[in-house]
Design a protein around this ligand. Sequence first.
Ligand code: HEM
Length: 306
Amino acid sequence: MASQHVLAEPATAAIFLVATVDDGGVDGVRDLLADLAGLTRAVAFRSPGDRLTCVAGVGARIWDGLYGEPRPAGLHPFQELAGSKHTAIATPGDLLFHLRARRMDLCFELARQIGLRLSGLATVVDEVHAFKYFDQRDVLGFVDGTENPDDEDAVAAVVVGEEDPSFAGSSYVIVQKYVHDMAAWQANSVEEQERVIGRSKVDDIEMPDSIKPKNSHIALNVIEDEDGNELDIVRDNMVFGNIADGSFGTYFIGYAKTPDVIEQMLRNMFIGDPPGNYDRILDFSTVLTGNLFFVPTADFLEAQPD
Ligand code: HEM
């Protein structure tokens, strides 16, 4: 079963489209998803070196209407997580299109083609055009993506296996759009910012455990199973911003073979581990969206009858 391009190279340009399916739209959406690989090829072929890819995700609310039985074992709506100070909110979204390339014009052209096909079937409720800052940095100035697993470790982290045989080769994805209080962030010294993240800013080296704060982003996001094996996800966070309204943000996207791993990270961040010891990155970030999607294989999407 050919997976979608979940494990594309880290993008320099990306567009994230989240859409809700309109009443009566499911048949047309199913057709679009079946044609998506072909549409992507048509745009990508015009500039093959620029690695245009598109991953489509399907939300829990629309699964039954689109595909019925069987149902992916881990598919459910994004669960809101309310901590003592910060809440990971759940927002509407039946479809995700994650477009990546080395050039924004390719992402834009494919987004335009998808938009034409979605017209009258679904409503785009969130659209973010995003990029990576200089040497893979986020807008907070830290290198973002370093500890992503590579090669077979990445496959092991994101690809559903025999635990759900009907959907082997698929993945799950969670997205959240964050905006940062840049004035408050920049009021911190670099040393204080490093204590928030848990890595050095210029060199991107992880702090030793002896000095890494327990509420740093790294401390709360390194999680293990009961046998002490580290549980990985694959992220491809991107920067977005708007000078006129002063909004600067991070679009978080995390893929995994089960949503449980990402949800555990989110519990650690928002509720805290132990509860109350929440992620300090949240004191400088406001989360505006939260969605969970299933990412079927390319073969599954294409094989749907007209
Ligand atoms: C690591 C930024 C949200 C999970 C990192 C790193 C940075 C970063 C700079 C260190 C370098 C790296 O390994 O990538 C951000 C920003 C976020 C955000 C700016 C939005 C406010 C999230 C969320 C999750 C998450 C929502 C999970 C639900 C992780 C994981 C690591 C990481 C698993 C790697 C930990 C390790 O193995 O060392 N993030 N992140 N991040 N982040 Fe985030």
